[in-house]
Write a protein that binds this ligand. Structure first.
Ligand SMILES: Cc1cc2nc3c(=O)[nH]c(=O)nc-3n(C[C@H](O)[C@H](O)[C@H](O)COP(=O)(O)O)c2cc1C
Length: 189
């Protein structure tokens, strides 16, 4: 198959778009973050990259707790706005209905079907971003997004992003069951 070199900024698959909650100047603040991923099973750890100009980076350094909220596709305008406006100069606290779990420094968004409450366990400095490793200490899921006792991705309807075309997407149809689809290959080899 013929290949072409396309630089280094392409994400081959859509990334989940999240709203990271923190307290900035004693008010709740939400920053759009797509550089985020699960990195350990037990304890449940995630990593996220926050640019060094963001108000959220400072707040998470200070309070060592934060939230990760997963907006549904219908929240695209508010989510995009949180990625354009900074809490350094803009009050974003009135955009959403906020609730709290264990920490007063990790505001969460009622309108988001799924929210993680996290504590910082490690930080790593890179050229433009700080990588925070956070432990998920609690998860809050809308009861309306549960099927057979599990979170239902179709009901959560998460917002996704591709780069460098900078498009928002929503998930499509399931393809196969993971840790199962490969078994027929296993039998062949
Ligand atoms: C779709 C989208 C995804 C983004 N993902 C990230 C990200 O993963 N990391 C980051 O540092 N900034 C990201 N940004 C930019 C921040 O959201 C932006 O700098 C924001 O204004 C920071 O808000 P704050 O200063 O209130 O913390 C993203 C913006 C958009 C629109």
């Amino acid at each position: 198959m013929e290949k072409q070199s396309i630089g280094t900024n392409a994400t081959i698959c859509p990334m989940p778009v999240t709203l990271v909650g923190s307290m900035v100047n004693d008010r709740s603040n939400f920053m759009t973050v797509a550089f985020i991923s699960r990195v350990n099973m037990n304890p449940p750890l995630i990593s996220m990259g926050l640019n060094k100009q963001s108000a959220t980076r400072e707040a998470v350094f200070k309070h060592r707790t934060f939230s990760v909220n997963f907006p549904s596709a219908g929240m695209v305008a508010e989510t995009d706005y949180c990625g354009i406006a900074s809490g350094k100069t803009t009050d974003k606290s009135g955009l959403f209905k906020v609730f709290y779990g264990k920490s007063p420094y990790a505001p969460m968004i009622s309108e988001c079907p799924l929210s993680f409450e996290c504590t910082v366990v490690e930080t790593h400095e890179f050229a433009t971003h700080t990588c925070f490793i956070g432990e998920i200490v609690a998860t809050y899921l809308d009861s309306s997004c549960v099927t057979n006792g599990k979170p239902d991705p179709a009901k959560i309807d998460p917002l996704l992003l591709t780069m460098p075309d900078n498009q928002y997407w929503r998930i499509g149809k399931p393809v196969a069951q993971a840790w199962n689809a490969g078994k027929k290959v296993q039998k062949r080899s």
